[in-house]
Write a protein that binds this ligand. Structure first.
Ligand SMILES: [Zn+2]
Length: 257
């Protein structure tokens, strides 16, 4: 049987038995797959560093008749993205991006846009390192691709206009709420300008990460807004989130910022 060839991003791997490895990876055209790499920890010849998390590779694999694991034959390394290991913040954010992608989408629900988005995110962190902006751009674009982006620029309940200044926001209520529709449901207040900023981010190309600089208020409110929206749609807590919070606690604002 001729092996299939897939471009792939390695999401993570777990050791199996004495020398084997089970590898989870994302492809542009077949969604997320799980493969069995026999003797991957013994034979560096066949796989080398190509199965390390965040690496971009060309995988050769064959389907197996039983079970859901495919069999990995070999892997050619395209890009190890060594820049992601420059510091713990960058490494943690890269891990968070992969885990978030994995938890938000089931195997079959992943289209090529998700692959291109994660690829651009990892490439950006590889060259530019950690930033809150990179995290927020990834989060809102993943929510959008999953079909979960909340109403930002108008009231989620009556579709009417929103006032200037602080606006009530509730992910459970599907987004921003005008004063008449809020009735105390909303946990958060997000400035109208921040809502506009995130609505405009959704109009930018999916793979564009450089040159985004948000104000302290937009960063702080953006984190609160996206945290609220993501909590609603994640079917399990993210392992990487606790580590990430150590680097980017929700920022507090001075009165005049
Ligand atoms: Zn309303």
């Amino acid at each position: 049987m001729n092996p299939n060839i897939s471009q792939a991003i390695i999401l993570h791997h777990t050791d199996y038995g004495e020398a084997d490895r089970i590898v989870t990876f994302l492809t542009p055209d077949r969604g997320r797959l799980k493969g069995f790499a026999r003797a991957a920890r013994k034979s560096r010849k066949r796989f080398g560093a190509a199965l390390e998390p965040f690496a971009e590779v060309q995988l050769h694999w064959v389907a197996r008749s039983s079970g859901d694991l495919i069999s990995l034959r070999d892997a050619e390394l395209i890009n190890l993205r060594t820049g992601l290991r420059r510091d713990l913040e960058t490494l943690t954010l890269a891990g968070y991006g992969c885990e978030l992608t994995e938890v938000l989408f089931d195997e079959s629900g992943i289209g090529v846009e998700v692959f291109l988005l994660l690829q651009a995110f990892l490439d950006h962190l590889d060259s530019a390192g950690y930033s809150v902006e990179a995290r927020l751009l990834l989060e809102i674009r993943l929510l959008s691709l999953a079909g979960y982006v909340p109403h930002l620029q108008h009231c989620a309940a009556c579709f009417g206009p929103l006032p200037n200044g602080p606006v009530s926001f509730s992910a459970v209520a599907d987004g921003s709420l005008c004063p008449a529709c809020d009735s105390g449901r909303a946990k958060l207040k997000i400035d109208r300008l921040t809502l506009g900023t995130f609505a405009r981010i959704l109009l930018t190309p999916l793979t564009s990460f450089a040159d985004f600089k948000l104000s302290p208020r937009s960063r702080q409110e953006g984190q609160a807004l996206l945290n609220d929206a993501l909590q609603l749609h994640l079917h399990r807590p993210l392992k990487t989130l606790a580590s990430l919070h150590r680097f980017s606690p929700i920022e507090t604002l001075d009165e005049d910022s």
